[in-house]
Design a protein around this ligand. Structure first.
Ligand code: FE2
Length: 210
């Protein structure tokens, strides 16, 4: 059992060493990275029977995918500049994350075939967020990549993440809701799109009662 913000997730024993090594780094990343990792692990466990994927790949990916943010310190931002700043920041967190994940997986002795796939997915998991890529969908060329894309996206459709983004001052609430509406098109699996739609409706209702 791992306790996180009042939520208890039951992590199967074989993945616990990875979670224990990841958690301190996730807490050094962006605010909420540890919660997002835990929620994504919970979603992977929850949807194991709905779509086909390899949990030995996707549970570690869920834990480790955003761990690259822990390596990006405020003083690094001066090297990530220019008109492609946001896009470059995304690339940096994926590449740094791939390296950190590789180190953690080899330190805990995780099987090397699974580790290679985990690291590969981490190195490209946010390709859909890279502006200017005409054919980003073709980069998600395995069912593990597609399922993870959808589960990672699904965790954007909740009040906790939405209020955090709005509080961060990047976007207003209505702008964020619009982004979430647009992102519904990006889901690979209709089952996950439907769940996101249901969650979006709840978020829209919260807003209309303000
Ligand atoms: Fe990411």
């Amino acid at each position: 059992m791992s306790q996180l913000q009042g939520n208890t997730i039951d992590i199967p024993d074989k993945y616990k060493p990875i979670w224990e090594a990841s958690l301190p780094l996730l807490k050094q990343g962006r605010p909420g990275d540890d919660e997002h990792a835990a929620e994504t692990v919970a979603n992977v466990l929850r949807f194991a029977d709905i779509v086909p994927f390899d949990p030995d790949v996707l549970i570690p990916v869920a834990m480790l995918h955003d761990i690259g943010h822990s390596a990006i310190l405020p003083e690094h931002f001066k090297y990530v500049t220019g008109s492609q700043k946001v896009r470059n920041g995304k690339l940096v967190h994926m590449l740094a994350g791939a390296k950190i994940a590789r180190d953690i997986l080899s330190a805990v002795g995780y099987p090397s075939d699974k580790s290679s796939e985990i690291v590969e997915i981490i190195s490209m998991h946010d390709a859909d967020q890279l502006t200017g890529l005409d054919d980003w969908r073709s980069l998600y060329d395995t069912s593990n990549k597609q399922v993870f894309h959808d589960l990672d996206s699904l965790d954007r459709y909740n009040e906790r993440r939405l209020s955090k983004m709005v509080a961060g001052g990047y976007y207003g609430r209505e702008q964020m809701l619009n982004e979430l509406r647009k992102m519904l098109d990006d889901f690979f699996y209709p089952e996950f799109r439907r769940l996101a739609q249901e969650e979006l409706q709840k978020l829209e209702n919260i807003e209309s009662h303000e």
